[in-house]
Every structure is written in structure tokens, then in C-alpha cells.
Design a protein around this ligand. Structure first.
Ligand code: ZN
Length: 84
């Protein structure tokens, strides 16, 4: 597989496209929140995503109830956790 054939996803938070496939995993898809996150955003939001109006609307549109952590932020579900 050539590098340019690797699918790209767009980060929900920063809109940066990142490669996702083969051995290029510059981020991941988070089905529990119906969004893709690049590694930078996941790392900088390790203690939770601040529920901005855009994110709140996104989750509401998708019918997702995301529990808030003790800071009132949305926890990013760890890799391999069960969806829903
Ligand atoms: Zn990002």
C-alpha cells in the first residue's frame, strides 16, 4: 500500500486531516462520540473535552449522551472500550 492510498480522517476538534490505516495511525475514530480525533487533540484533551456549543450540538444531533467527568468535561473513551 502506498502512503497516498492510506485513508485520511478529519479531526473533529481541529479539522486537521490525519492518516488512519496500515501503520499510520495519527489519530483515531471515537465511535462513542461519533467523532474522529487526531493524536494531538486527544493528547491535549486527555482530561476531557470541554463541551463547547459545537460539541454539545454534535452529540445532541447524534443522540449521544456523553457523561461529564468531575470537571464537567467529556471524557474521551479509552481505546478498546466498548461502544455504548
Ligand atoms: Zn485535532
Amino acid at each position: 500500500m502506498r502512503e497516498e492510498d492510506i485513508p485520511t480522517l478529519e479531526c473533529f476538534l481541529c479539522s486537521k486531516p490525519f492518516k488512519y490505516g496500515f501503520h499510520f495511525y495519527e489519530g483515531r475514530s471515537v465511535p462513542q462520540l461519533a467523532m474522529n480525533l487526531c493524536r494531538d487533540c486527544e493528547n491535549s484533551n486527555w482530561d476531557g473535552i470541554i463541551p463547547s456549543e459545537r460539541i454539545t450540538k454534535h452529540l445532541r444531533d447524534k443522540g449521544i449522551q456523553a457523561p461529564l467527568n468531575k470537571n464537567g468535561w467529556i471524557d474521551i473513551p479509552p481505546i478498546g472500550s466498548k461502544s455504548n
